[in-house]
Design a protein around this ligand. Structure first.
Ligand code: UDX
Length: 479
């Protein structure tokens, strides 16, 4: 935590960091970029044109004392009013980036390798290394074609990456595809190190619909990107030994090299630039200041989840009947206008001191606040590690992708919360919130895990040492 900044060196390597242009990917890769800059490297952070416009010039600018970081952008190929990945439709965004965005990416990268960036090169040396989001294999392949070494950054949990690596084995063992009538509570064989606790329902969401001949487009995509990650020079993961040491060790047997350098928000807590696509409502911090210690339920389902009117009603009823004050993030694009109005009305009737709704929260600050007693989350990987690092108990309602397996880790491996997977019922919501708020066992496990994570990210800790090894790896590529 708070690793020392290194003085500027014009000859230091110049790294291009290219996340999938979605909030969960941008956030951890921004903390990663912050760490690279602190280690003395130059970083060009590549947004999509759409997101850079959304961030706005002022908000996207690096802090004045960060001259080695700058932002450029490429088109994602979609119209401005497109939903992009909201609601789980990430395939369309990825395909558009591959077919359309890649053209601009290729020519931009070629110019950055020659040392000429957009208009001026801001004194940056030529790009000597690329970190591309593992969901965009084209970004790695183009870089290598141009002659720039490229590494893969996976933003999801190591356990989900390992589950994806195990897909061929799961088919071989007959665990996939699921047959109608299969009991989802049955244990799954074939994901190494997880035989003791992984059930069918805990596999990443896409596995539920895949067919014998692997034709499910999402599963095929996951198999392709996973095979691609295995061929890459190295894979970087936003995780730590205390969170997923066993999964990282198994991944190491499939890839050329792996660096577990997370949780990056805890390694480099002050991001070099604002990366938030929504403007956070800071007023909720003053509201939290007025609440007793560990009294508030923080509710947020990340940046992509949408919920139905029925689910919304169950959550709201459960929250009200649990009886604790709550702070609920209700993104404008997450429910219909009528649901949003209903929630605001419910808040008014509950009274301002009892509940607060915001469109977007400063989540890291909220999770660090003494008033927060538990986190009702979709178990997106960033949210999961952010709560783990703060020792906040969780109630998980996973929506899609890696969230199903992440929430199993919370409920059955770390025991830092409860897994509400596949159930959205007011009585269950209320019961689990009460338990997460009151259970001394869950709170003790959450605090113990947070202590271990703090050790991982402290100087000399496993993640800090891995980050130093990664910086050396980059420097060696550049010589
Ligand atoms: C998704 C997947 O869920 C995740 O598992 C994958 O690895 C990356 O993409 P998302 O669904 O948005 O991301 O969830 P999450 O990974 O939790 O990321 C959301 C980010 O937005 C977190 O860093 C969180 O701190 C931030 N956030 C969320 C806010 O800053 N304010 C909010 O109000 C809500």
């Amino acid at each position: 935590m708070g690793h020392k900044a290194v003085a500027s060196d014009a000859a230091a390597p110049h790294v291009l960091v290219f996340p999938v242009p979605a909030q969960g990917h941008i956030n951890c890769m921004m903390h990663f970029a912050t760490g690279l800059v602190a280690a003395g490297l130059h970083v060009t952070f590549l947004h999509s044109d759409h997101n850079l416009r959304r961030l706005g010039d002022a908000r996207a600018a690096p802090a004045a004392d960060t001259p080695r970081l700058r932002f450029l952008s490429v088109p994602d190929g979609l119209p401005d009013d497109h939903a992009r990945a909201i609601g789980g439709g990430i395939m369309g965004l990825l395909e558009s980036l591959r077919t359309k965005g890649s053209v601009a990416y290729r020519s931009l990268l070629a110019s950055l390798v020659r040392g000429a960036g957009d208009n001026s090169n801001d004194g940056f040396p030529p790009v000597s290394c690329v970190f591309a989001d593992g969901l965009m294999p084209f970004a790695v392949d183009i870089a290598e074609e141009i002659g720039v070494p490229a590494l893969v950054f996976r933003t999801a949990s190591a356990c989900s990456v390992l589950a994806n690596m195990s897909i061929p084995r799961l088919f071989e063992l007959g665990e996939l595809p699921f047959r109608s009538g299969d009991d989802l509570d049955e244990p799954v064989r074939g994901v190494p190190g997880m035989e003791g606790f992984l059930r069918r329902r805990d596999l990443p969401s896409y596995f539920r619909t895949c067919t014998e001949n692997h034709t499910d487009p999402m599963v095929k995509m996951l198999m392709d990107v996973t095979a691609h990650s295995c061929r890459a020079r190295a894979v970087v993961l936003n995780t730590a030994a205390s969170l997923e040491g066993s999964a990282v060790a198994h991944i190491a047997t499939h890839v050329r090299d792996v660096f577990a350098v997370g949780p990056l928000h805890a390694m480099f807590p002050a991001p070099a630039s604002n990366a938030s696509l929504w403007r956070a409502d800071d007023g909720c911090m003053a509201w939290l200041d007025g609440q007793p210690d560990r009294s508030v339920v923080y509710v947020s389902l990340g940046s992509l989840v949408t919920i139905s009117k029925e689910q919304f009603t169950e959550f709201l009823s459960g929250l009200v009947s649990a009886g604790y004050p709550f702070l609920w993030v209700l993104r404008p694009d997450m429910v219909g206008a009528s649901e949003s109005a209903a929630l605001r009305e419910a808040v008014t009737s509950a009274g301002e001191s009892k509940a607060r709704v915001v469109g977007w929260a400063p989540q890291l600050d909220v999770l660090r606040h003494r008033a927060v007693g538990c986190f009702l989350t979709h178990a997106g990987w960033n949210s999961t590690v952010e709560a783990a690092a703060e020792g906040v108990p969780m109630v998980c309602w996973p929506f899609f992708a890696d969230q199903q397996i992440n929430s199993r880790f919370v409920g059955a491996v770390w025991r830092t919360g409860l897994d509400m997977k596949d159930v959205c019922d007011r009585a269950v919501v209320a019961r689990m919130i009460r338990e997460a708020m009151e259970s001394p066992k869950i709170r003790a496990s959450a605090k113990a895990l947070a202590r271990q994570v703090r050790c991982d990210v402290a100087d000399g800790g496993t993640s800090a040492v891995e980050f130093e090894r990664l910086v050396e790896f980059i420097k060696n590529l550049s010589t």
